[in-house]
Design a protein around this ligand. Sequence first.
Ligand code: SF4
Length: 94
Amino acid sequence: MECGREPGGENAETLGICPAAKDERFDTVHGGKNAGRACWVIAGTFCENTVQGTFALKYRDCSSCRFFRQVKSEEGSEYQTSLVLLKQLKALKR
Ligand code: SF4
């Protein structure tokens, strides 16, 4: 979303690094760095300058987000559904 909250980004020092930009569990998913292209399943992202909650709380907003729609469109048949990604998260916690 060009928020500058990635490590080394122009707003990282003042506003903090977004959890999606740091989360290595989804590195390379949808061709992104860390969870940069799977941010909708990461809790506590900083969208619209507001800390977002869990997947359940934020998914409605994410599903209408232009970035989410862009990734989904670009990935086409390679798009990994949120259900698949959440199952991966759950498996990693075991
Ligand atoms: S609103 Fe959701 S999909 Fe959009 S940038 Fe934030 S976490 Fe990602």
